[in-house]
Design a protein around this ligand. Structure first.
Ligand SMILES: *Cc1c(COP(=O)(O)O)cnc(C)c1O
Length: 471
């Protein structure tokens, strides 16, 4: 008993520990209460251990400080963290879709750190409109009469239907009643918006005559076309084109709304991506076109609405526009992203997702060789191989399109592929990779060169143990 008392008395006091330089340094960037709590917990654990007899020696100051620092670091780990995307899926919705261009990132930082002209007109010295910052550049790039940006394409669809067809019927093909994921389903959005869904045709075939039969003067409010961006109907199919719908719209004096989804600006058919472009949607005669900011456009999350000025003006004035409005960081990133499109050549280099999609198999093979070399140099106990693989655009764009890519496969005599994958995922900087058969694959299309040593570091923390123990 006396011995335990002696040990307990030797435990440093909290205040004493908190004088330690390392902890004081940490407190500059960590709330003091978090540090104090970590020290208190270290001391409590020590005290309990001594009382229960599991600890037979008092820890010194150093040990307590180290323990507390470790705990603070765990506490400070963000929930929203950077990861390395080794899946080869460029627009991975779970991993944040599009990375921004350098200029868009600068825009975000500037908007975040300073006051700005968000709703201020420098020329007039008076209140301005937040829509104005992106409208001109979007008009210039797309050729549209007017434009605005809301929170995402789901919000754009909702706002558009509400402002243009509330209480009226909106005719849509049954083959286009899409679910995008989460709770975005055309019939449900339509209901929430107050418009009435008039679905026509069948899953595989919708003809112009179906639209004609469904139209009723004074009842029909709009014609909606939805790009089936995350699935394909093949075989015995027929759809009515935007041009055909535009003809009908003109005849009946009704707007044609086109939910395009992806927001592709420059044709990518040379790279196997067969998606309609924003410009072609307008040229074909759609009155309003809607698309996401963070899909093939390669910008921030947002819903871009372009088209006839009379309709966009209606949407700007709608109460939902306020509910769906974007912040200054999004506007700044969006403006910078569209600015990149003024040069058709450089935008492919400057916008990260376009750079990734347009990379050739030859370039990717070289990248894979370079990654393999780094991994071989920096780690031990693995077998690496460069292998051809198939990448995807992702993000519900270009369904079924496989981009020919290259990967480094990782195998080990001692460790299972499942454990390798788990170690990568749980690393300080997590690496998200997939297992196929007996190996983990690192698809290089979505990996930056600067990330090679970081992958090696994550892989290096794999514990060697017998394959049998781990199953
Ligand atoms: C992706 C998509 C949406 C939803 O866009 P978010 O920006 O994710 O809200 C809506 N419609 C279509 C056709 C899409 O492809």
């Amino acid at each position: 008993m006396g011995e335990k008392q002696e040990l307990l008395r030797k435990i440093p006091k909290i205040d004493e520990v908190l004088q330690d330089e390392r902890l004081i340094f940490f407190m500059e960037k960590t709330p003091r209460s978090v540090v104090v709590e970590a020290v208190r917990q270290q001391i409590n654990e020590l005290r309990n251990g001594i009382l229960q007899g599991s600890i037979e020696q008092t820890a010194g100051l150093d040990e307590i400080v180290e323990g507390a620092l470790k705990q603070v670091r765990i506490r400070k780990k963000r929930s929203l963290r950077r990861v390395i995307n080794a899946t080869g899926i460029v627009l991975h919705t779970n991993l944040g879709r599009a990375n921004l261009s350098d200029t868009a990132i600068e825009g975000v930082c500037e908007a975040a750190s300073h006051y700005s002209t968000l709703e201020y007109d420098l020329k007039k010295g008076a209140r301005g409109s937040r829509h104005s910052h992106v409208e001109e550049i979007i008009k210039q790039v797309t050729g549209a009469e007017a434009a605005m940006v809301v929170n995402n394409n789901a919000a754009a669809t909702m706002l558009c239907l509400s402002a243009m067809a509330r209480g009226k019927e909106v005719i849509v093909s049954r083959g286009e009643l899409v679910e995008i994921g989460g709770s975005f389903r055309i019939p449900e959005i339509m209901e929430e918006s107050g418009a009435i869904l008039r679905d026509i045709g069948t899953t595989n075939k919708t003809k112009t005559s179906d639209y004609v039969n469904a139209y009723e003067e004074g009842v029909t409010g709009a014609l909606l076309k939805v790009h089936t961006s995350n699935y394909k109907i093949i075989g015995f199919t027929q759809e009515t084109t935007v041009s055909e719908l535009a003809e009908l719209g003109k005849q009946w004096g009704l707007p044609v709304i086109y939910d395009l989804g992806s927001g592709l600006m420059n044709d990518l058919t040379d790279f196997g991506v067969d998606e309609p472009t924003v410009q072609s949607a307008l040229q074909d005669g759609a009155d309003v076109v809607l698309f996401s900011g963070d899909k093939l456009l390669g910008g921030p999350q947002g819903g871009v609405i372009i088209g006839k000025k009379e309709y966009i003006d209606k949407m700007k004035a709608h109460p939902l526009a306020r509910a769906f409005r974007v912040d200054k960081m999004t506007l700044s990133a969006m403006e910078a992203t569209f600015f990149e499109y003024l040069d058709r050549t450089t935008c492919r280099k400057n916008i990260p997702i376009l750079r990734m999609i347009t990379m050739t198999a030859g370039e990717l093979e070289k990248k894979a060789e370079a990654l393999k070399a780094v991994l071989e140099k920096e780690t031990e106990g693995f077998i690496f191989q460069v292998e051809a693989c198939q990448d995807q655009v992702g993000g519900g764009s270009a369904p079924g399109v496989m981009l020919p890519g290259y990967a480094v496969s990782v195998r080990s005599e001692a460790v299972t592929e499942a454990r390798i994958e788990r170690t990568l995922r749980k690393a300080e900087l997590p690496v998200i990779a997939h297992v196929f058969r007996d190996a983990v694959y690192l698809n290089v299309r979505t990996i930056e060169e600067k990330e090679y040593p970081l992958i090696a570091k994550a892989l290096g923390s794999t514990k060697n143990c017998d394959r049998e123990d781990q199953e």
